[in-house]
Design a protein around this ligand. Structure first.
Ligand SMILES: Nc1ncnc2c1ncn2[C@@H]1O[C@H](COP(=O)(O)OP(=O)(O)OP(=O)(O)O)[C@@H](O)[C@H]1O
Ligand SMILES: [Mg+2]
Length: 351
């Protein structure tokens, strides 16, 4: 079965073809037009998607060594994301499905991130045998969920303010780093000392407010942002420049240690032995290493996405469509975009 996936929720225009559960192409164009603004400008993002979507899709089909007539299913992100950006991909994908007479599968972008560690494992082996804990850490979300075998999931923790990716990007901006700062901090941190300065770790065993962390799987990163800002204001430009790698490593460790502690404690409290991490921040080498070490120590199996599948990509959209089809889920007509995650209220969801 050949599934075309299309992703356009934010600033990546991407199309991928999944042939019998294996990724045959995954073309991603990351928009550069936002760099000067220090963040994504929604209207510019929509225009870029419109400009690129036809050629990116053509490239994905050609790279997969098939023609459009050999496609069996088309899937696209239906939300959450920037409404105009999602609409470009969703309308294009539905139009193409209609023109080719193919079934169409709308996909929730965050659910697709959750299953990205299992890309290329084949539709029948999409996840561990039992439930797993998912830590989804992206530019817009920080979620801890328990994912069951029937693909239903329960969100047990979320950020109360900023997402983990946002914490990287905003503190990086304070350091004068380009957007997105997450990968730059990652690189700088390799040469730095994570113990150089201890930034706050809210709602954890290392925070000042004792016991408030117990069985609390929510996150908060806004205090870290303020702490970095006020601490930097007290340092001279020379000191900041000299110790840039140490500061980056200290910020990274403040974020990573919170993510690891919460994830392991969620797995322990639920008696679950599998953890999967996903989203752009799951590309972070400090997080990957610290989570692997903590999982080894606690007898937990860790599933990590390939780095290319951590940030936005269409292979994850096509993969979730394959998983859904393999579970007997039917194609739908979907004419609506959903700019917000429908699970934001924390209800149990069926994928
Ligand atoms: N190596 C890295 N270390 C830390 N952060 C990273 C790394 N690589 C990417 N990121 C961060 O990942 C985020 C982008 O991830 P992703 O593409 O999954 O988010 P998004 O699609 O914008 O948000 P969402 O999926 O919530 O809608 C950015 O905040 C970026 O800084
Ligand atoms: Mg994303």
């Amino acid at each position: 079965m050949n599934i075309l996936g299309i992703e356009s929720s934010c600033d990546e225009t991407s199309a991928a073809v999944l042939c019998d559960g294996q990724v045959c192409s995954n073309v991603i164009s990351s928009q550069r037009c936002h760099a000067a603004f220090g963040g994504v400008v929604p209207e510019l993002a929509s225009r870029e998607h419109e400009r690129l979507i036809v050629s990116i899709t053509d490239d994905a089909v050609t790279e997969a060594n098939i023609t459009k007539n050999e496609l069996d299913v088309i899937a696209a992100t239906a939300g959450p994301g920037l409404i105009g950006a999602v609409m470009v991909g969703l309308c294009f994908a539905q139009g193409m499905a209609y023109a080719l007479g193919l079934p169409f599968i709308p996909v929730n972008h965050i659910e697709a991130h959750i299953f990205s560690p299992f890309i290329n494992e084949g539709a029948g082996h999409h996840s561990p045998d039992n439930s797993f804990i998912s830590l989804t850490v992206s530019g817009g979300h920080t979620l801890l969920s328990v994912v069951a075998q029937d693909l239903s999931y329960e969100v047990i923790g979320r950020t109360l303010d900023d997402a983990a990716g946002e914490a990287f990007d905003k503190t990086g901006k304070m350091l004068g780093l380009p957007y997105p700062a997450g990968p730059v901090i990652d690189k700088l941190a390799e040469q730095g000392d994570p113990a150089f300065h201890k930034f706050p770790r809210a709602l954890t065993s290392q925070s000042q407010t004792s016991k408030s962390y117990l069985n609390n799987f929510d996150f908060s990163f806004s205090g870290l942002k303020t702490s970095v800002l006020t601490w930097l204001q007290k340092q001279t430009p020379e000191f900041r420049e000299l110790h840039l790698p140490d500061i980056a490593a200290s910020i990274q460790w403040a974020i990573v240690s919170v993510l690891v502690e919460k994830t392991i404690s969620a797995a322990q409290s639920r008696g679950i032995k599998s953890v999967a991490i996903a989203g752009g921040v799951s590309a972070n080498s400090g997080l990957r290493k610290a989570m692997q070490d903590a999982c080894n120590k606690n007898g937990i199996t860790l599933y990590l996405p390939g780095k290319i599948y951590s940030t936005d990509n269409a292979a994850m959209i096509a993969t979730l469509a394959a998983v859904k089809l393999s579970r007997g889920m039917k194609a739908e007509r979907c004419y609506n975009v959903a700019p917000y995650a429908s699970f934001a209220a924390g209800a149990h969801r069926k994928a």
